[in-house]
Design a protein around this ligand. Structure first.
Ligand code: B16
Ligand code: MG
Length: 225
């Protein structure tokens, strides 16, 4: 397709990307930091349990972990523990380098921008901007919506609806890229199309599932939007 025609066709369509598990692999840092916190409180949790934390806010993640460990804490203590975990997490994130991204992420982002799609980030993380700066992708996004701007966590659609609103694009013309079940549910609840990143057995409600953005291309995108 001629680039000028593509720009006209796609300027009213948008791609909204989740961050952790789609653009970068920060799940491993979350796991290490939460595990360190649980160990400090004299318990442990499994990688299987950790899967349930994907896409879930920091506060809710801590509540779940404390439940698994059978530990009760006051609200003030919970706030201190969440801050401690975040300090450890940010220490690791600060080691990230330019291009420290998941395979195909930078290439696909560049391809959709060049084709004229609008782009937004829709992440539960309050550290999203720092991470995007570290890996050199901040300029690829027209709008950033993260954990600092939303009050309801995924599966509530708020994060994606704010992204669409910020871009001025109708939800029906947005495709969300998500690795978490809660995120796929959120996008669907917002009336958007969803590309699941991961396994089709897990992300059953997605319109299309690919193993990673390295498996995406503009033809596949155009087919679902
Ligand atoms: P933070 P996403 C989510 O990122 C993570 O998947 C989830 O594990 C984490 O608890 C949440 O961000 C909050 O992160 O502690 O940095 O605010 O997948 O929505 O990009
Ligand atoms: Mg995610």
């Amino acid at each position: 397709m001629h680039p000028a025609l593509a720009l006209i066709m796609f300027k009213h369509k948008a791609c909204i990307f989740d961050l952790d598990g789609v653009i970068v692999d920060t799940a491993i840092y979350h796991f290490k930091a939460w595990k360190r916190l649980a160990n400090k409180l004299n318990f442990d949790f499994t990688e299987e349990e950790n899967e349930k934390l994907k896409g879930i806010s920091r506060v809710r993640s801590l509540e779940l972990i404390l439940e698994w460990g059978g530990v009760k804490k006051t609200e003030t203590e919970r706030l201190q523990l969440a801050t401690l975990k975040n300090d450890w997490y940010v220490e690791m994130v600060n080691q990230m380098r330019k291009d420290d991204t998941l395979p195909g992420a930078s290439e696909f982002l560049k391809a959709v921008k060049d084709a004229g799609y609008k782009t937004a980030l829709g992440s539960a993380s309050k550290n999203a901007t720092i991470i995007l700066k570290k890996v050199g992708l901040l300029d690829f996004f027209d709008v950033i919506v993260d954990g600092n701007q939303v009050s309801a966590s995924k599966p509530d659609p708020e994060v994606f609806l704010k992204g669409a609103e910020g871009l001025g694009i109708e939800p029906i013309n947005c495709v969300v890229f998500e690795d978490a079940i809660a995120g796929v549910e959120a996008a669907k609840a917002g009336g958007m199309k969803v590309v699941g990143i991961g396994s089709a057995d897990v992300l059953k409600d997605a319109d299309l599932v690919v193993a990673g953005l390295y498996k995406m291309n503009l033809e596949k995108l155009e087919k679902i939007i």
